[in-house]
Write a new protein. Sequence first.
Length: 390
Amino acid sequence: MEMTSFADIAPALERQAIELPSWAFGNSGTRFKVFGTPGTPRSPEEKIADAAKVHELTGLAPAVALHIPWDLVDDWAALRAYANGLGVELGTVNSNTFQDDEYKFGSLAHSDAAVRRKAIDHHLRCLEIMTATGSRDLKIWLADGTNYPGQDSLRARQDNLATSLQEIYAQLGDDQRLVLEYKFFEPAFYHTDVPDWGTSFAQVSALGPKAYTCLDTGHHAPGTNIEFIVMQLLRLGKLGSFDFNSRFYADDDLIVGAADPFQLFRILFEVINGGGLDVDSPVQFMLDQCHNVEDKIPGQIRSVLNVQEMTARALLVDRPALAAAQAAHDVLGANGVLMDAFYTDVRPALADWREGRGLPADPMKAYAESGHQEKLAAERVGGKQLSWSA
Ligand code: PSV
Ligand code: MN
Ligand code: MN
C-alpha cells in the first residue's frame, strides 16, 4: 500500500489560514508585572503592521482579529484599507464586556436589566464595526460568574444569558456569525456562566444556524481530553472557531504547541477527520496568546509554524492502514500508525513548500536576520506602548 506523501497533503496545507490576535503584539505579563519591549505597537495600525509581517514571512496568517474596545478607531474603512494595503484582512471581532465597573457582577447574564442592556448594546456596536471591517465573526467571551455559592441564581443567570444572546443574534447580517467561547474558571472562581462546551453548545443551538462554539485550548481542567470535544463539536456541526494557545497550569496563553505538541497533533487529527480543514469548513483557526518574556512577532511566527507542522503530521496519518488496524482490533498496530505520523519530521518538506511559494525556508531565521525588530525599536519611540489589554 502507498504511504501518504507530502504531495498528497499539499492542497490541504494550502488552505490553512490562522488569524492572529491584535493583542498578542502588545506588552503583557502576569498580575505581578507587565514588561515593556522596545518597538511594541502604540496604535491598532502598528499591531496590524506586526501581524502583516508574520503573514509576509509565513504565508499562514492572512487576517488579524480585533478586540473592542482595545482596538477602537474612528475610521473603520480606513483601518480596513490600511490592513489590506499590508496584505491582510480584518478578521474576528472579539467583544469585551469585562473592563467597565458596571460589569462587576456580570454582563449578558447579569441580574440587572440595565447592565444587560449596556452589554447587549456593546455587542450591537461590534456588529456595526464588523460590517465596516468586513469581518464575519463576532466572538463572545464572558467574564460572567460568581465567586461564592449562593451569591446569585445559577438558573436565572443562564436564562438572562439566553435572552441577551437572542437579541444579539437577531441583528447578525446574512454572512455574519456569533461564536460563544467557554472557560471553566477565571475571573470568577465558583462558577462561570459559560463554563464548558456543553453550555456553549446548548446556548448556541438555541440561537440557530449562525451561532457556533469557540474552543480555546487553555480553557479546560487539566487532563481534559480536548480532542474528544473537538470531535463532538464537529460531529454536531457547531465548532465555529479555535483560540489556540498552550498551557502548563491554567489559562497560560503560551505559544501553541510549546507545552504539549502531541496534544496539538491529536487535536488537529480530529479536526481533519471531522472535515475541519475542508474547503467549506466552518472552523476559523485563531491564536489567543500573550508573549510575556519573548519577542512578540517571532513568538507569533513560531506559533503559526507549530500549527502548520502538526497539521502536516496529522494529514500524513496513513488512514487506510489505521482503519484496517482498528477494524482488526489491532490496538498496538493502530496506535503505531498514529505515532508514526506524529514522529515524522516534516520540517524539511515544509521548508521546500515555503520556498516553492516565494517564502523564506526558515521564517524564524529570516526574521532574526532581517533586522526588523531593531528597526521597530529605533522607529517606535515616543507615544504610549500598548499592553495586551489596551
Ligand atoms: C479569556 O481568557 C480569553 O481567552 C478570551 O478569548 C478573551 O477575549 C481573550 O482571552 C483576551 O482577554
Ligand atoms: Mn480565548
Ligand atoms: Mn483565555
